[in-house]
Design a protein. Sequence first.
Length: 502
Amino acid sequence: MAASAHRGDSSRFRENTLPAIRSAIRSGAEFVEIDVRVTSDGAVVVLHDPTLERLWGVPEPVAEVALDRIRLLGDRDDRPPLLSEVLELFGDTASTLLVDMDAPELAAPAFAVVAASGVEVAWCGDIEGMRTIRSLDPTARIWMPWDAPRAPRPDEIAELAPECINTEVVAMTPELVEQIHGLGCTVTVWTVDDEWTMRWVARMGVDTVTTNRLTRLQETIADEQAGTADAGAALDVERAMMVARELGTWAIDYTSSTDPGTVSTKKDGADLVTEVDVAVERHVREIVGLHFPDHDFVGEEMGGEARPGVPCWYLDPVDGTANFANGVPWTAFSLALVIDREPIVGVVGDPWRKELFEAARGRGAFRNGERLALAQAPADENALIGKIVSTELANHRPWPGMLEFLERLGDRYCTMRVMGSGTMTLLGVAAGRGVGAVIGRFGPEDHLAAALIVAEAGGVVLDEQGEPTLFPTGGGILSATPAAAGIISELWAEARAANPGS
């Protein structure tokens, strides 16, 4: 398996700069991927973003800035280089420059610079840009972009005649690798930065991996080739974690950028479903089915059934649909993998704060890659003073005992919040948003992922009887900090006992 250094050795040097590219070449990357832009006066420079703001603090589009201004950024070496300067580094190396572009109008100017240099490169990116490259050079090495969960048909690759099919890692399966190889093409996946996913794609026969972590990838490749890797026992869980993580990231982007569309009702006028709910669940089912065809699946919108001894995925594509349909930015994507009522993997995506929460059993909880760890303080009768405990309505009405629970919290100078997403409410403890949460009726699609994340972050998860569990057999569920869990559970029990409808 080969390594493609994403924007150079970007974990060690500023991306798309000469130091990053030199380092990738010295490190022996088979491919060094860079991005191109064109300045207002027609110079082809190496930059990823359409503006200079993220890396260089200049909030102007590259296309509206002349080269002489760009040359003033950074210093002589650490600044946006010309494509011609980058090409000079590849005259006598084993590495191949991979030129990426996200717009078709970049293809012809970039090709002219490459042709003048005499350096052989490979090309990837915008499909129309690749068509331009092919029209300019019948022998060009093209990596064809592909985002469908199936291999392209021969007629779909005939025009570009690519050497490689370049796709997101989440869509990849061993069967897809075999089918693409059958077309006479190699397979590249992007962008893979964690060791377990690197091992997984290596074992399924992927040819090239694009990464921001070049050294990690090269060490992993060496381990796999030497047969010294010891990750086999954990591979399935890591694969599940990778798929869940990628789907959560996708759902964050999709939900936050898509109109709800038609809003329909289910059981009653307050139980809503949008076109986005259905579209997200359909996509997640398709991807999970590709990777794990023998697993069960239970979804909020399309149902399903879990069988004993069979891994089962539980999904709520948009938890907090009423919020989403009414323009309130407080919803969540919830996906969990469970075996016999034991959560193994959980992911929660917050589309509005761009936060991805994840946990695997026994391995801790993380928010956007940063570990979550709650303080392990002892139980405290005064833990609620000045704090927040969250809950949710039972659809559109208070759950039995909820108003009594509100009164008891108030007696302890604690405020209740009702925000409209059970996933986010239960998860809030792990995120540091309040000391506890109570949900009147547990639903695995909504709550399993959040429960696992809270537990792995060091929080407490209990059922109505005050027993530790991540998958209650009935009734509600509670999450809390260690200091507050006991008193919240006690007040919850008192509130239910005081309400004859409990």
